[in-house]
Design a binder for this molecule. Structure first.
Ligand code: PHE
Ligand code: FE
Length: 283
């Protein structure tokens, strides 16, 4: 997920990585992965983006048990040059961006407890690996995330992290895409959640709005419940083009001079695919 809180005060190593210690997972922990995997993969056929489903397949994530990052990285490296490295939990922003800009995806190595199957506050190995890693097997999305890492380093210097973070939230974490005339999910926060993978596509509560870079970077989000807005990209190429070919510095300046857009508001220029009832939304 994003990177606002830190688990540790002192880095466990200079770049915050730790050994995954794959041999230390218990049979119960592997079984938790298998339970989550079976539930989500059944739900995602027909709901997740083709690129996501392809990634799940080519990376052999269906193999029983928590994936071994070394083995996973070997497959991923051949496909797009990315690796997966273990960290204890959320890491500082500059560390997160440095790894990403160098095609290293940081993943929590712990797995949720059996009583947390439906919801956890902090990203665990299921969210990070099942949710994020399949998209890294897609060459265009792989380029997008690397560029995002560099964009993060720049946003830190420009004091624009809040705005850039919203782009991550509404694409990498909670993005929808239009494929063959239908909506599909690709955001990791949706694909790793049984409830939200239904809600994001089926519920009449949320707004679904065409992706617009500046609009997204002005929009607040909630971290405590299903999203009230989803932004829909037409293709990964379009997302990459809209972000890589735009200099964000003047954009940040313009955005900072304007008010934020409240979570569920519809704006005059929006391409509204579905206007939500917001019946699910709580205060
Ligand atoms: N073009 C952005 C900038 O000028 C960097 C970026 C690329 C950010 C891709 C996000 C995704 O800062
Ligand atoms: Fe995440």
């Amino acid at each position: 997920m994003t990177q606002d809180t830190h688990v540790l005060d002192a880095p466990p190593s200079p770049d915050w990585t730790i050994p995954q210690d794959w041999d230390r997972y218990t049979p119960e922990e592997h079984a938790t992965w298998d339970t989550l995997f079976a539930r989500q993969s059944a739900l995602l056929a027909g709901r997740a983006s083709e690129a996501y489903l392809r990634g799940l397949d080519v990376l052999k994530l269906s193999k029983p048990g928590i994936p071994d990052f070394a083995e996973l990285s070997e497959r991923l490296m051949k496909l797009t040059g990315w690796q997966v490295v273990a960290v204890p939990g959320l890491v500082p922003d500059d560390v997160f961006f440095d790894h990403m800009a160098n095609r290293r995806f940081v993943a929590g190595n712990f797995i949720r407890r059996p009583d947390q199957l439906d919801y956890i506050q902090e990203p665990d190995v299921f969210h990070d690996v099942f949710g994020h890693v399949p998209m890294l097997a897609d060459p265009v999305f792989a380029d997008y995330l690397e560029a995002y890492g560099r964009g993060g380093q720049r946003a830190l210097e420009l004091g624009a992290l809040k705005h850039l973070g919203r782009l991550y939230w509404y694409t990498v974490e909670f993005g929808l895409i239009e494929e063959a005339g239908a909506l599909r999910i690709y955001g990791s926060g949706i694909v790793s959640s049984a409830a939200e993978s239904r809600f994001a596509l089926d519920s009449d509560s949320p707004n679904r709005i065409g992706f617009d870079l500046e609009r997204v970077m002005r929009t607040d989000y909630r971290i405590d419940d299903f999203q009230q807005n989803y932004f829909v990209i037409p293709s990964y190429d379009a997302l990459l083009k809209a972000t890589v070919e735009t200099d964000f510095a003047p954009l940040y300046e313009r955005i900072m001079a304007q008010p934020d857009i409240p979570i569920a508001a519809i704006e005059p220029g929006d391409r509204v695919l579905t206007r939500g009832t917001q019946s699910h939304a709580t205060e």
